[in-house]
Structure formats: structure tokens, C-alpha cells
Design a protein around this ligand. Sequence first.
Ligand code: KIV
Length: 265
Amino acid sequence: MSKTTVVSLQKKKQMGEPIVLLTAYDCIMGQLLAEVGVDIVLVGDSLGNVFQGDTTTQSVTISQMVYHTAAVRRGWPDGFIVADMPFMTAVVSEADTVRHAGRLIQSGRADAVKIEVMHARQLPLLAAVVASGIPVMAHIGFTPQAVTQLGGYRVQGRTDASAAACLELAKQCEAQGAFSVLLELVPDAVSKQITAAVSVPVIGVGAGPSCDGQGLVSTDVVGLSPKVPQFATQYADVRSSMKQAFSSFQAAVSDGSFPTSFTQA
Ligand code: KIV
């Protein structure tokens, strides 16, 4: 299995080979994704929902992102790991943004960072990170960190004006040096236009089949999340399996059938 790089991802787009992205938040998930060999592991700030049980991703801090990214790295030393820049870490200034991105690379040992680009005003900040030598994936369309401003979890790019703004932002992100675009919750017609208009790989999350690749939150894919978004496909029911195992252990301890052959020295 050859290691993913920004160049190999670019080649995949050129060859029309679909790119696979899944999220991971800990070492075990990193190990499993290594065994499968996905193209991109995203340590998403969705860990705020998945791991911390919050309703938004806004409470996730840079220190938490560093901690989780380093854990995933231990699970897959050679994987291509993209770490999310959490709420408020890529909006204040160029220096501030570069410093946060640097922590994810140096201490989290990520290969690249993802920035939610909510407004064209962030483009110089994205460019500053690229100029510091750090590859940037630009996240556009629905940007969960702006959920309050967007009025909830809503599909973006439904109107002509909003679709045109999405397309323009994708082009500007490419122009500022983003190595890839993650497109969340936009209609397939918009994804199709954007995927054709930019030369960097476009990964869709609930953005239809026309993108260069598809991404999902791992806990949705394995059926561990309590609620799976409509656009996600669940390929297993790990939640039921885990519940079954926990209650078997509980029952075994309760009825005395739990093996007690282990003796302490
Ligand atoms: O944080 C995350 O997991 C994301 C998803 C859209 C994949 O950004």
C-alpha cells in the first residue's frame, strides 16, 4: 500500500480514481483505518459531537485536537492524517492561524490541516498557513463551526446566488494554495460544477456522487452514533454489538458465571 501524499491525491483526481476519507479520534480507530488503507484520515472536530456529546463543534479546543491527532497518529504512523482547525483558531489573524496549524503538525503529528472557510476574509489566513509549508484542505459549503449563523444544519448552495458563492469560494481556496476542498451538504449539481472547475481533489460529505471522493464520520459508518445523518450510509451495527457484549459481561458477573480462574499473587 503506497503512502498518500498531496501529489498522489492529485493524481487520483486526474485518473478518476475515487478518494476515500474517514474520520478517526483515537488510536484504535487509527489502527482500523490503517488495516483498511483509506486515503485520508480526518481527525475531525466532529469529535465535539461524537466523543464529547456536544450539540455543536464549537467547544472543541486546539489542545483537544492536538491530543486526539497524536493518538490517531500512534494508531497509524504512516497514514495521511488531516487535523481540523477548531472553532476560532483560523479566523483572528495570520499569525494566530499559523501558530495553531503548527501545533497540529508539531505536537499532533498531522500531515495537513483542514480549515472551515466561512468567508472570503479568511483566505489570507489560509494562504499564510500554506506559505508556512503546511498543506491545507479547505472545508466549504456547510461549515459546522458556523452552524448558529447558518440557522442550523442546512444544505448550502440551493439558490443560484449561494451556488455561485460556493463555486467562487472553491476557486479562491485553490488559488490561495489549498491542496484539496472538502464540500459538505451541497446539492450534487453544485458539487459537479465545483469538481470540474478546480484542479485539486474535491471530497464530498453529503454532497452527492459527483465529487472526486467521499468522506463520512466513522461512527456513522459503523453504526455507533446514536443518530446517523440522512446522507450517511451505515455499514454495520456496532452499537448493538457493543451493547450485547456489555450486557453479557454484566449478566455473567451477576449470575456468577464470569470466569474467576485468575488468581492474584
Ligand atoms: O469534523 C468532521 O468530522 C468533518 C466532517 C464533515 C467529515 O469535518
